[in-house]
Design a protein around this ligand. Structure first.
Ligand code: ZN
Ligand code: ZN
Length: 374
């Protein structure tokens, strides 16, 4: 299927304009002319979840191929089925096309961290990891390893009612007599012994949730998406293609219904805290939980993320930066040698090397592991 791309041209020289996080305007890369973006005063609505699920056609347009003819150089290129904003691979002119899903983003958080700032943050972050391989630090100093993505997210609101059954444990002390041996002679002493009195409890807790955010993209792992939080959804603005110009953007690949299942897991954590508080006592055991989700509403939004992935010793590592807050998260390769030397210096003996070798720890370190960290 061939799509016609739109882009924004400079009023002075006719060259394409791209969104600049630094100025919050469109900017011409040739003559630096800026075009302000008129911020829409439209209300950002929440939509009824149950109604949407009942009417959504989930089978539609799943495997569409998007062929795009560049407005500037005339080349044709193909986007992935869920991508709707990119740059022409031949002349770098922005190309924004129509959505294929029924639910389209009505709001977004614009990029506020520029490419340069993101680069600096990441280099600083990896530099503060002493165990990162030096070659990696060098690689990341090079330009253009970062790609800016507007990633799809669902936000969910819900008023929850949860009935529970469980046990409340109250600690009480009993004075008992014990025999101890002192200076070779037995002596009796009185000690306090802790016991727990468990009694069955049940109750109902009500928790309201506002904007539980769930990443709806498969481009980045869920672990990384979750670690990029929190997002300040109070700075959402009405959707406008101008914010996308020059950036990649994706439609959701995790549906409204599946997204809500992820949201339930997040809500369950908070609900459990409230149940424990409701039970009270010194210890709580929750045996049965039943939650009803009332007044569920949703929004489909775009959040700004700088991402990169790199190959390191036959493994791919991913990292991402929240382009609203500047928070960096990622997987990292270790420098095996740096870790080995650190351990050796702690052990302080040459024998340490032999010890590591014999126990197989050395091999494990050399195979090096991936750990997600924030
Ligand atoms: Zn211009
Ligand atoms: Zn082109």
């Amino acid at each position: 299927m061939t799509f016609t791309a739109i882009n924004f041209t400079c009023s002075s020289c006719g060259a394409p304009q791209k969104f600049s996080p630094a100025t919050g305007t469109l900017i011409c890369e040739f003559c630096r002319t800026q075009t302000p973006i008129k911020v829409s005063q439209n209300t950002i609505y929440e939509y009824n979840f149950t109604q949407a699920i009942a009417t959504l056609n989930t089978q539609k347009n799943q495997t569409i191929e998007k062929n795009i003819k560049c407005q500037k150089c005339g080349s044709t290129f193909t986007l992935t089925p869920y991508s709707f904003s990119s740059n022409c691979p031949y002349c770098q002119t922005p190309a924004i096309i129509d959505f294929i899903h029924e639910i389209t983003p009505k709001a977004l958080i614009p990029f506020s961290l520029s490419h340069k700032e993101a680069q600096i943050r990441f280099i600083h972050w990896i530099g503060s990891r002493w165990f990162a391989p030096n070659a990696l630090k060098k690689y990341l100093n090079e330009d253009s390893v970062l790609t800016g993505y507007y990633l799809p997210y669902w936000t969910y609101d819900s008023d929850t009612t949860t009935s529970y059954q469980g046990l409340r444990g109250d600690i009480y002390y009993v004075t008992v007599t014990k025999t101890i041996v002192e200076n070779g002679r037995p002596r009796q002493i009185q000690v306090q012994e802790a016991h727990i009195n468990w009694k069955p409890v049940n109750g109902v807790v009500y928790v309201s949730f506002d904007d539980v955010t769930i990443g709806a993209s498969k481009t980045i792992s869920r672990a990384i998406l979750d670690s990029l939080e929190p997002w300040d959804t109070t700075s959402l603005v009405s959707y406008d293609e101008k914010y996308l110009s020059g950036f990649e953007a994706e439609e959701y690949t995790i549906g409204l219904d599946n997204g809500f299942e992820f949201a339930k897991v997040k809500m369950a954590y908070q609900i459990e805290q409230n149940i424990r508080y409701d039970i009270g006592g010194d210890q709580q055991e929750i045996q049965n939980i039943h939650t009803k989700y009332n007044n569920v509403t949703y929004k489909n939004v775009l959040f700004p993320v700088w991402t990169a992935s790199f190959e390191w010793k036959n493994k791919t590592y991913h990292y991402a930066i929240n382009a609203q807050t500047g928070k960096v998260v990622g997987e990292r390769p270790y420098s095996s040698m740096k870790i080995i030397f650190a351990i050796l210096s702690i052990l302080g003996v040459v024998g340490g090397f032999l010890y590591l070798n014999e126990t197989g720890i050395l091999q494990e370190l050399i195979n090096s592991s991936v750990i997600l960290f924030r």
